[in-house]
Design a protein around this ligand. Structure first.
Ligand code: FAD
Ligand code: NAD
Length: 467
């Protein structure tokens, strides 16, 4: 193996592996150092992919057991085989992580297994599993070390009864009761998995609302639907400690605003209060790479303030999403190769893969109001969309927000079946700076769920017409 490179990428998640592959495509001599046994990072191993595999399987289980009869399909003896469901998830993960190893070979990326540490701009020391150290010399270093679970003060995660998302993706039995701490994306997605498989799920959230970051109207309606599904919510509350008894967990709770403490029992607790950057032991202080007060690496166009050291993905400021990491990865590799590189941070979609799905791109109504931007709004319920009616999937709506003067689309917010696949149309329109009229006057196939987006766009000028 050569030990002199154009780029050494530290971390093999969506940020790191996409950066390395793009650099390889551009003819650069690139190595990717990953400490884990497989490539793919959080996303492929313990994040996006295993969670979506379980969300899909658990939704089919719930549908087969409870919702098929209304469509005239009688099911008998639907049974859960949790071990097989987990096996199918693991097979998907294995296949995808091997796929990245294949792409590395195809694009001439050197994959190095070991823990990377920056010794100086231009030198990365790698320690392998046996403690053997190698020093790589490189023109550029890209830090893509990602994120890890934020611990909850006073609560020790054991990944068996008190779990993070990683443990919640691998439980070997369905708990009777699960308390989820944090009504964010992970809490609602993995809470949905275990609720569908039979757990009674109670969500404790510090803020007075669920899904901070999502449009308020969307979050409110979503909470109503989740309640109907059997979730219970306790907002404005924090968990201050958990006593581990032999037969159960005893949680201590307090109102966020202060007040009397209460207790609650659970079989399993999922801690999902956010993620924090992974930068410990990387040598950042020694080489002078600056982080903010929460430990995120500060960058300007993916450059840190040390020449030749770049950073992308979850370990930097901004949204902690795989596709944000991927955008930065490509831009960073292209910038290093001397090309014009750009990421449009205003058009990064967000999706919550619950049922119904929730998706958005651009600004929320709250953000537009706070910025003093005058906007027009069109909305359309799936209850009035013929395909949603035919499919018996009528929960949710689509809302289009457009500039009051120019009609440029400023935000699109969706809740409904398959909206994760529909948000791309809105993102593409926004990339092209489309007006709401552009979507309103684009012919959409009938009957499709995406007609609801067109109807919502028509609603901006008040000419919604479909039923
Ligand atoms: P990571 O994927 O965290 O990768 C960093 C890699 O660096 C890791 O493999 C780590 O082992 C390695 N590393 C760290 N330090 C070193 C070192 N010193 N030397 C060598 N290697 C090192 N996002 C979405 O967009 N959609 C989703 O549906 C979604 N679902 C999620 C579900 C869950 C349960 C979780 C936890 C996250 C989910 N995310 C999702 C977020 C997504 O996983 C992250 O945003 C994404 O993985 C970030 O990519 P990254 O490359 O920056 O970091
Ligand atoms: P999050 O930031 O989405 O939600 C955390 C929630 O916990 C917030 O609502 C917060 O107010 C609450 N909270 C914080 N401290 C609390 C406390 N002490 N007690 C009670 N509630 C508390 O974080 P997450 O759900 O852990 O997800 C982490 C990251 O992973 C997110 O940035 C997310 O973007 C990413 N992720 C994305 C997807 C997706 O795109 N579908 C799925 C899973 C995870």
């Amino acid at each position: 193996m050569a030990d002199t490179f154009d780029i050494v990428v530290i971390g093999g998640g969506p940020g790191g592996y996409n950066c390395a592959i793009r650099a390889g495509q551009l003819g650069l001599n690139v190595a990717c150092v990953e400490s884990g046994p497989t490539l793919g990072g959080t996303c492929l191993n313990v994040g996006c992919i295993p969670s979506k595999a379980l969300l899909h399987a658990s939704e089919l289980y719930e549908t087969a057991g409870s919702h098929m009869a209304e469509l005239g399909i009688k099911t008998k003896g639907v049974e859960l085989d949790l071990a097989q469901m987990m096996k199918a998830k693991t097979e998907t993960v294995d296949g995808l992580t091997k796929g990245i190893a294949f792409l590395f070979k195809k694009n001439k990326v050197t994959h190095i297994t070991g823990r990377g540490r920056i010794v100086s701009a231009g030198q990365v020391e790698v320690t392998d599993g046996k403690g053997k150290k190698t020093t790589l010399t490189t023109k550029n270093i890209v830090i893509a070390t990602g994120s890890e679970v934020t611990p909850c003060p006073g609560i020790e995660i054991d990944e068996e009864r008190i779990v993070s998302s990683t443990g919640a993706l691998a439980l070997n039995a369905v708990p009777k009761t699960m308390v989820v701490i944090g009504a964010g994306v992970i809490g609602l997605e993995l809470g949905s998995v275990w609720r569908r498989l039979g757990a009674k799920v109670h969500v404790v959230e510090f803020l007075p609302r669920i899904l901070p970051g999502a449009d308020g109207e969307l979050a409110k309606q979503a909470q109503r639907i989740f309640k109907k599904q059997g979730f219970t919510f306790q907002l404005g509350t924090k968990v201050t400690g958990i006593e581990k008894l032999k037969s159960k967990l005893k949680l201590n709770l307090e109102p966020a605003a202060g007040g009397d403490a209460t207790t609650m029992d659970a079989d399993v607790v999922l801690v999902a209060i956010g993620r924090r950057p992974v930068t410990a032991g990387l040598g950042l202080d020694e080489v002078g790479v600056k982080t903010d007060e929460r430990g995120f690496i500060q960058t300007d166009h993916w450059k840190t303030d040390v020449p030749g050291v770049w950073a992308i993905g979850d370990c930097t400021t901004g949204l902690m999403l795989a596709h944000k990491a991927e955008e930065e990865a490509v831009a960073c590799a292209e910038a290093i190769a001397g090309k014009a590189a750009h990421v449009n941070y205003d058009v990064i979609p967000g999706v919550v893969y619950t049922s119904p799905e929730i998706a958005w791109v651009g600004r929320t109504e709250e953000e537009l109001k706070e910025a003093g931007i005058a906007y027009k709004k069109g909305a359309f319920p799936f209850a009035a969309n013929s395909r949603a009616r035919a499919n018996h999937q009528t929960d949710g709506f689509i809302k289009v927000l457009a500039d009051a003067t120019t009609d440029e689309i400023l935000g699109v917010h969706m809740m409904g079946a398959q909206v994760s696949e529909m948000i791309g149309e809105a993102a593409l329109a926004m990339e092209f700076k489309a007006a709401s009229e552009d979507i309103a006057r684009t012919c959409h196939a009938h009957p499709t769920l995406s007609e609801a987006l067109r109807q919502a766009a028509m609603g901006v000028e008040g000419w919604t017409m479909q039923m």
